[in-house]
Design a protein around this ligand. Structure first.
Ligand code: SF4
Ligand code: SF4
Length: 151
């Protein structure tokens, strides 16, 4: 009898609608006005990679040790280097980072012994082309070029 009465009085329907309309209260609605206003991301967010340079000398901090490439479970980092016979040090020539395969786990960043590779808080990584997702050394050092958005 109780069940029948519930059905006749539409109790369950009314309870469901109450839940829905309670969420329509303007005080409980939050809309981000992106891209007019950039949302704040968490401090621990890992986004676009950056290859840091020494601000005083303008030279890369990367020592071409290849540890980031070895740490990456996706094998998406390729470090190209040459040995300088005068200084007897390895010198960075190319650095390629395929963003399309990156899962932003941060293992490469953790593996870097000199804090040269860093995952920044930049989350705007969209590109119209697959090639645009492959960042070279210049893009990693200076930030992405606007051309990557062109088809
Ligand atoms: S964040 Fe993870 S998946 Fe992306 S390059 Fe670094 S180690 Fe590889
Ligand atoms: S681990 Fe750091 S220093 Fe070594 S190759 Fe990668 S970015 Fe360069």
């Amino acid at each position: 009898m109780g069940k029948l009465l519930r059905k006749l009085l539409l109790i369950d329907l009314l309870r469901g609608m109450w839940v829905t309309f309670r969420a329509q209260n303007p005080k409980r609605i939050y809309t981000e006005q992106y891209p007019a206003e950039r949302p704040r991301v968490s401090e621990r967010f890992r986004g676009a990679p950056r290859l840091n340079i020494n601000p005083e000398t303008g030279e890369t901090l990367c020592i071409s040790c290849n540890l980031c490439a070895l740490a990456c479970p996706e094998n998406l980092i390729v470090v190209g280097s040459e040995r300088n016979e005068q200084t007897r040090h390895k010198e960075l020539i190319t650095f390629t980072y395929d963003l399309s395969r990156c899962m932003f786990c941060g293992l490469c960043e953790d593996a870097c012994p000199v804090d040269a590779l860093e995952l920044t808080q930049d989350f705007e990584l969209a590109s119209y082309t697959r090639e645009g997702m492959i960042w070279d050394r210049q893009m990693l050092e200076e930030g992405p070029r606007p051309t990557r958005y062109k088809s």
